[in-house]
Design a protein around this ligand. Sequence first.
Ligand code: BDR
Ligand code: CA
Length: 315
Amino acid sequence: SRPIVIDCDPGVDDAIAILLALASPELDVRGITTVAGNVGVERTSRNALQIAELAGRPDIPVFAGCHRPLVVAPIGGQFHGESGLGPLMLPEPSRQIQPPHAVSFFIEILEDALARTRPITLCTLGPMTNIAVLLRVRPDLIPGIERILSMGGAYVEAGNRTMTSEFNILADPHAASIVFSSGIAITSLALDATHQAMATPERAAAVQQGLGGPVGAAVKTLLAHWDRNDPRRYGSRGGPMHDPLVIAALLRPELFETRKARVFVEHSSALCLGQTVADWYGKSGETPNVDIVTRVDADGFFALLGERLARYGLR
Ligand code: BDR
Ligand code: CA
Protein backbone atom coordinates (compact mmCIF):
# COMPACT_ATOMS: atom_id res chain seq x y z
CA SER A 1 0.00 0.00 0.00
CA ARG A 2 1.02 3.58 -0.64
CA PRO A 3 2.80 5.38 2.23
CA ILE A 4 1.20 8.76 2.98
CA VAL A 5 1.28 11.48 5.60
CA ILE A 6 -1.82 13.62 6.16
CA ASP A 7 -1.01 17.23 7.09
CA CYS A 8 -4.21 18.85 8.31
CA ASP A 9 -6.15 21.24 10.53
CA PRO A 10 -9.24 19.25 11.60
CA GLY A 11 -11.68 20.69 10.78
CA VAL A 12 -15.03 19.11 9.93
CA ASP A 13 -14.08 18.03 6.40
CA ASP A 14 -10.52 17.14 7.46
CA ALA A 15 -12.10 14.72 9.94
CA ILE A 16 -14.09 13.00 7.20
CA ALA A 17 -10.94 12.85 5.05
CA ILE A 18 -9.02 11.13 7.87
CA LEU A 19 -11.84 8.62 8.36
CA LEU A 20 -11.86 7.89 4.62
CA ALA A 21 -8.08 7.35 4.55
CA LEU A 22 -8.07 5.10 7.62
CA ALA A 23 -10.79 2.92 6.07
CA SER A 24 -8.73 2.39 2.91
CA PRO A 25 -6.20 -0.47 2.81
CA GLU A 26 -4.57 0.95 -0.33
CA LEU A 27 -3.12 3.66 1.90
CA ASP A 28 -0.50 3.21 4.60
CA VAL A 29 -1.05 6.29 6.79
CA ARG A 30 2.40 6.72 8.34
CA GLY A 31 1.37 9.72 10.39
CA ILE A 32 -0.93 12.68 10.79
CA THR A 33 0.65 16.10 11.21
CA THR A 34 -1.30 19.12 12.34
CA VAL A 35 -1.12 22.83 11.76
CA ALA A 36 -2.92 25.97 12.91
CA GLY A 37 -5.73 26.76 10.51
CA ASN A 38 -9.42 26.29 11.14
CA VAL A 39 -8.58 26.46 14.85
CA GLY A 40 -5.32 26.66 16.81
CA VAL A 41 -2.80 23.84 16.64
CA GLU A 42 -3.61 22.55 20.15
CA ARG A 43 -7.17 21.99 18.98
CA THR A 44 -6.34 20.58 15.57
CA SER A 45 -3.92 18.14 17.23
CA ARG A 46 -6.42 17.05 19.83
CA ASN A 47 -9.06 16.64 17.13
CA ALA A 48 -6.69 14.49 15.05
CA LEU A 49 -6.04 12.24 18.07
CA GLN A 50 -9.77 11.91 18.70
CA ILE A 51 -10.58 11.10 15.07
CA ALA A 52 -7.84 8.46 14.88
CA GLU A 53 -9.28 6.85 18.02
CA LEU A 54 -12.83 7.07 16.67
CA ALA A 55 -11.52 5.14 13.66
CA GLY A 56 -10.10 2.51 16.01
CA ARG A 57 -6.54 3.50 15.12
CA PRO A 58 -4.84 4.77 18.28
CA ASP A 59 -1.62 3.47 16.73
CA ILE A 60 -1.50 6.24 14.11
CA PRO A 61 1.15 8.74 15.23
CA VAL A 62 0.02 12.37 15.43
CA PHE A 63 2.57 15.21 15.49
CA ALA A 64 1.76 18.84 16.18
CA GLY A 65 3.22 21.34 13.75
CA CYS A 66 3.42 25.09 13.31
CA HIS A 67 1.27 27.26 15.54
CA ARG A 68 1.33 30.31 13.30
CA PRO A 69 1.59 31.14 9.60
CA LEU A 70 5.05 32.17 8.34
CA VAL A 71 4.40 35.89 7.93
CA VAL A 72 0.72 36.89 8.03
CA ALA A 73 -1.41 37.02 11.17
CA PRO A 74 -3.62 33.95 11.80
CA ILE A 75 -7.09 34.39 10.28
CA GLY A 76 -8.93 31.43 11.87
CA GLY A 77 -11.55 29.33 10.12
CA GLN A 78 -15.28 29.79 9.81
CA PHE A 79 -17.99 27.12 9.97
CA HIS A 80 -15.94 24.70 12.10
CA GLY A 81 -17.13 25.98 15.48
CA GLU A 82 -15.01 26.67 18.53
CA SER A 83 -13.61 23.14 18.82
CA GLY A 84 -12.96 22.75 15.08
CA LEU A 85 -15.36 19.81 14.79
CA GLY A 86 -18.64 21.74 14.87
CA PRO A 87 -21.04 20.27 17.43
CA LEU A 88 -19.34 16.85 17.47
CA MET A 89 -18.34 15.72 20.95
CA LEU A 90 -15.85 12.86 21.15
CA PRO A 91 -14.33 11.04 24.12
CA GLU A 92 -11.20 12.51 25.66
CA PRO A 93 -8.21 11.16 23.69
CA SER A 94 -6.26 8.47 25.53
CA ARG A 95 -2.96 9.90 24.24
CA GLN A 96 -1.29 13.26 24.47
CA ILE A 97 0.70 14.95 21.75
CA GLN A 98 4.36 13.96 22.07
CA PRO A 99 7.50 15.30 20.43
CA PRO A 100 8.91 15.43 17.83
CA HIS A 101 7.52 18.49 16.10
CA ALA A 102 5.74 17.72 12.81
CA VAL A 103 8.61 19.18 10.79
CA SER A 104 11.13 16.94 12.60
CA PHE A 105 8.87 13.96 11.89
CA PHE A 106 8.85 14.88 8.20
CA ILE A 107 12.65 15.03 8.24
CA GLU A 108 12.87 11.57 9.86
CA ILE A 109 10.37 9.90 7.59
CA LEU A 110 11.78 11.47 4.42
CA GLU A 111 15.36 10.55 5.32
CA ASP A 112 14.12 7.01 5.75
CA ALA A 113 12.16 7.20 2.48
CA LEU A 114 15.28 8.30 0.62
CA ALA A 115 17.39 5.57 2.20
CA ARG A 116 14.86 2.94 1.09
CA THR A 117 14.08 4.68 -2.24
CA ARG A 118 10.41 4.48 -1.30
CA PRO A 119 9.09 8.06 -1.55
CA ILE A 120 6.17 9.32 0.54
CA THR A 121 3.01 10.99 -0.71
CA LEU A 122 1.95 14.09 1.24
CA CYS A 123 -1.69 15.10 1.55
CA THR A 124 -2.22 18.70 2.67
CA LEU A 125 -5.69 19.56 3.94
CA GLY A 126 -4.85 22.86 5.63
CA PRO A 127 -2.44 25.80 5.35
CA MET A 128 0.96 24.68 4.01
CA THR A 129 3.09 26.11 6.83
CA ASN A 130 4.67 22.80 7.93
CA ILE A 131 5.65 21.81 4.40
CA ALA A 132 7.13 25.25 3.66
CA VAL A 133 9.27 25.12 6.80
CA LEU A 134 10.42 21.62 5.86
CA LEU A 135 11.40 22.81 2.38
CA ARG A 136 13.35 25.73 3.83
CA VAL A 137 15.15 23.54 6.38
CA ARG A 138 15.84 20.45 4.25
CA PRO A 139 15.42 21.06 0.49
CA ASP A 140 17.64 18.00 -0.06
CA LEU A 141 14.71 15.83 1.06
CA ILE A 142 12.49 16.85 -1.87
CA PRO A 143 13.28 13.62 -3.78
CA GLY A 144 11.76 11.72 -0.84
CA ILE A 145 8.38 13.27 -1.68
CA GLU A 146 6.54 11.35 -4.38
CA ARG A 147 3.82 13.97 -4.84
CA ILE A 148 1.80 16.45 -2.84
CA LEU A 149 -1.98 16.27 -3.12
CA SER A 150 -3.35 19.48 -1.79
CA MET A 151 -6.73 20.98 -1.04
CA GLY A 152 -6.46 24.71 -1.55
CA GLY A 153 -6.80 27.59 -3.94
CA ALA A 154 -9.32 28.84 -6.48
CA TYR A 155 -8.44 29.23 -10.15
CA VAL A 156 -11.45 30.02 -12.32
CA GLU A 157 -13.80 29.73 -9.35
CA ALA A 158 -14.01 32.73 -6.99
CA GLY A 159 -12.58 32.61 -3.47
CA ASN A 160 -14.42 31.41 -0.39
CA ARG A 161 -12.74 33.64 2.17
CA THR A 162 -12.12 36.72 0.06
CA MET A 163 -13.21 37.60 -3.46
CA THR A 164 -10.13 35.93 -4.93
CA SER A 165 -8.84 33.55 -2.28
CA GLU A 166 -9.53 30.21 -0.72
CA PHE A 167 -9.00 29.72 3.03
CA ASN A 168 -6.03 27.30 3.13
CA ILE A 169 -3.94 29.45 0.80
CA LEU A 170 -5.01 32.78 2.29
CA ALA A 171 -4.22 31.49 5.79
CA ASP A 172 -0.53 31.19 4.82
CA PRO A 173 0.11 32.58 1.34
CA HIS A 174 3.89 32.70 1.78
CA ALA A 175 3.98 29.02 2.68
CA ALA A 176 1.81 28.12 -0.31
CA SER A 177 4.09 30.14 -2.58
CA ILE A 178 7.15 28.25 -1.31
CA VAL A 179 5.47 24.88 -1.88
CA PHE A 180 4.03 25.63 -5.34
CA SER A 181 7.32 27.12 -6.57
CA SER A 182 9.38 24.15 -5.30
CA GLY A 183 8.91 22.16 -8.51
CA ILE A 184 7.50 19.18 -6.56
CA ALA A 185 4.76 17.31 -8.45
CA ILE A 186 1.45 18.55 -7.02
CA THR A 187 -2.16 17.56 -7.56
CA SER A 188 -4.22 20.63 -6.76
CA LEU A 189 -7.80 20.21 -5.56
CA ALA A 190 -9.03 23.77 -5.46
CA LEU A 191 -12.55 25.15 -5.10
CA ASP A 192 -12.94 24.55 -8.86
CA ALA A 193 -12.93 20.84 -7.98
CA THR A 194 -14.46 20.78 -4.51
CA HIS A 195 -17.51 22.85 -5.44
CA GLN A 196 -18.40 20.03 -7.84
CA ALA A 197 -18.64 17.65 -4.88
CA MET A 198 -21.57 19.07 -2.94
CA ALA A 199 -22.86 16.94 -0.09
CA THR A 200 -26.49 17.57 -1.01
CA PRO A 201 -29.06 16.29 1.49
CA GLU A 202 -29.73 13.34 -0.87
CA ARG A 203 -26.06 12.38 -1.12
CA ALA A 204 -25.53 12.86 2.61
CA ALA A 205 -28.49 10.57 3.30
CA ALA A 206 -27.14 7.94 0.89
CA VAL A 207 -23.69 8.02 2.56
CA GLN A 208 -25.24 7.67 6.00
CA GLN A 209 -27.50 4.82 5.00
CA GLY A 210 -24.84 2.14 5.34
CA LEU A 211 -23.29 3.55 8.52
CA GLY A 212 -23.79 2.55 12.11
CA GLY A 213 -22.01 2.84 15.42
CA PRO A 214 -19.97 5.81 16.66
CA VAL A 215 -18.38 6.53 13.25
CA GLY A 216 -21.83 6.65 11.63
CA ALA A 217 -23.14 8.96 14.34
CA ALA A 218 -20.10 11.22 14.03
CA VAL A 219 -20.31 11.43 10.24
CA LYS A 220 -24.01 12.26 10.51
CA THR A 221 -23.29 15.13 12.91
CA LEU A 222 -20.44 16.43 10.75
CA LEU A 223 -22.43 16.33 7.51
CA ALA A 224 -25.48 17.98 9.10
CA HIS A 225 -23.23 20.77 10.38
CA TRP A 226 -21.57 21.13 6.98
CA ASP A 227 -24.75 22.09 5.11
CA ARG A 228 -24.03 25.65 3.95
CA ASN A 229 -27.62 26.05 2.79
CA ASP A 230 -26.45 28.55 0.17
CA PRO A 231 -27.78 27.35 -3.21
CA ARG A 232 -27.07 30.79 -4.70
CA ARG A 233 -23.35 30.22 -4.21
CA TYR A 234 -23.13 26.46 -4.68
CA GLY A 235 -26.00 25.60 -7.00
CA SER A 236 -27.52 23.26 -4.40
CA ARG A 237 -27.94 22.79 -0.70
CA GLY A 238 -25.22 20.97 1.24
CA GLY A 239 -21.57 21.84 1.69
CA PRO A 240 -18.56 21.20 -0.55
CA MET A 241 -16.61 18.09 0.51
CA HIS A 242 -13.23 19.78 0.18
CA ASP A 243 -10.66 17.70 2.05
CA PRO A 244 -11.98 14.14 1.47
CA LEU A 245 -11.47 14.69 -2.27
CA VAL A 246 -7.70 14.64 -1.70
CA ILE A 247 -7.92 11.11 -0.33
CA ALA A 248 -10.35 10.07 -3.08
CA ALA A 249 -7.91 11.33 -5.72
CA LEU A 250 -5.37 8.83 -4.38
CA LEU A 251 -7.85 5.97 -4.22
CA ARG A 252 -9.69 6.53 -7.50
CA PRO A 253 -7.75 8.88 -9.82
CA GLU A 254 -10.08 7.95 -12.68
CA LEU A 255 -12.82 10.01 -10.98
CA PHE A 256 -10.81 13.18 -11.63
CA GLU A 257 -9.81 15.10 -14.76
CA THR A 258 -6.74 17.30 -14.55
CA ARG A 259 -4.88 19.88 -16.56
CA LYS A 260 -1.20 20.70 -16.06
CA ALA A 261 0.04 24.21 -15.31
CA ARG A 262 2.53 26.18 -13.25
CA VAL A 263 0.87 27.87 -10.29
CA PHE A 264 1.83 31.16 -8.64
CA VAL A 265 0.54 32.39 -5.30
CA GLU A 266 -0.05 36.10 -4.65
CA HIS A 267 1.45 37.10 -1.32
CA SER A 268 2.04 40.82 -1.56
CA SER A 269 -1.17 42.38 -2.84
CA ALA A 270 -3.79 43.60 -0.39
CA LEU A 271 -6.66 43.03 -2.82
CA CYS A 272 -5.66 39.58 -4.09
CA LEU A 273 -3.67 38.16 -1.16
CA GLY A 274 -3.74 34.37 -1.34
CA GLN A 275 -4.92 34.13 -4.93
CA THR A 276 -3.71 31.10 -6.88
CA VAL A 277 -2.86 32.01 -10.45
CA ALA A 278 -2.52 29.22 -13.01
CA ASP A 279 -0.30 29.71 -16.04
CA TRP A 280 -2.63 27.84 -18.40
CA TYR A 281 -0.87 29.01 -21.57
CA GLY A 282 2.81 28.94 -20.64
CA LYS A 283 3.23 32.70 -20.28
CA SER A 284 5.75 32.40 -17.44
CA GLY A 285 8.19 30.10 -19.19
CA GLU A 286 8.33 28.00 -15.99
CA THR A 287 7.90 24.22 -16.19
CA PRO A 288 4.34 23.15 -15.29
CA ASN A 289 4.40 20.96 -12.16
CA VAL A 290 0.79 21.09 -10.96
CA ASP A 291 -2.05 18.83 -12.05
CA ILE A 292 -5.06 21.03 -11.47
CA VAL A 293 -8.27 19.08 -11.03
CA THR A 294 -10.85 20.50 -13.41
CA ARG A 295 -13.63 17.89 -13.21
CA VAL A 296 -14.86 15.54 -10.52
CA ASP A 297 -17.22 12.58 -10.87
CA ALA A 298 -19.18 13.61 -7.79
CA ASP A 299 -21.53 10.63 -7.74
CA GLY A 300 -18.56 8.29 -8.04
CA PHE A 301 -16.87 10.11 -5.15
CA PHE A 302 -19.91 9.91 -2.86
CA ALA A 303 -20.36 6.22 -3.69
CA LEU A 304 -16.72 5.63 -2.70
CA LEU A 305 -17.12 7.65 0.50
CA GLY A 306 -20.23 5.74 1.55
CA GLU A 307 -18.68 2.37 0.71
CA ARG A 308 -15.48 3.08 2.66
CA LEU A 309 -17.13 4.59 5.75
CA ALA A 310 -19.51 1.63 5.91
CA ARG A 311 -16.44 -0.56 6.52
CA TYR A 312 -16.29 0.76 10.07
CA GLY A 313 -19.43 -1.30 10.66
CA LEU A 314 -20.79 -0.94 14.15
CA ARG A 315 -17.54 0.15 15.75
C1 BDR B 1 -10.64 24.47 3.27
O1 BDR B 1 -10.72 25.36 4.37
C2 BDR B 1 -11.07 24.66 5.52
O2 BDR B 1 -12.07 25.36 6.19
C3 BDR B 1 -11.52 23.29 5.10
O3 BDR B 1 -11.15 22.32 6.06
C4 BDR B 1 -10.80 23.06 3.81
O4 BDR B 1 -9.53 22.49 4.02
C5 BDR B 1 -11.68 24.87 2.24
O5 BDR B 1 -11.46 26.18 1.80
CA1 CA C 1 -8.89 21.60 6.17
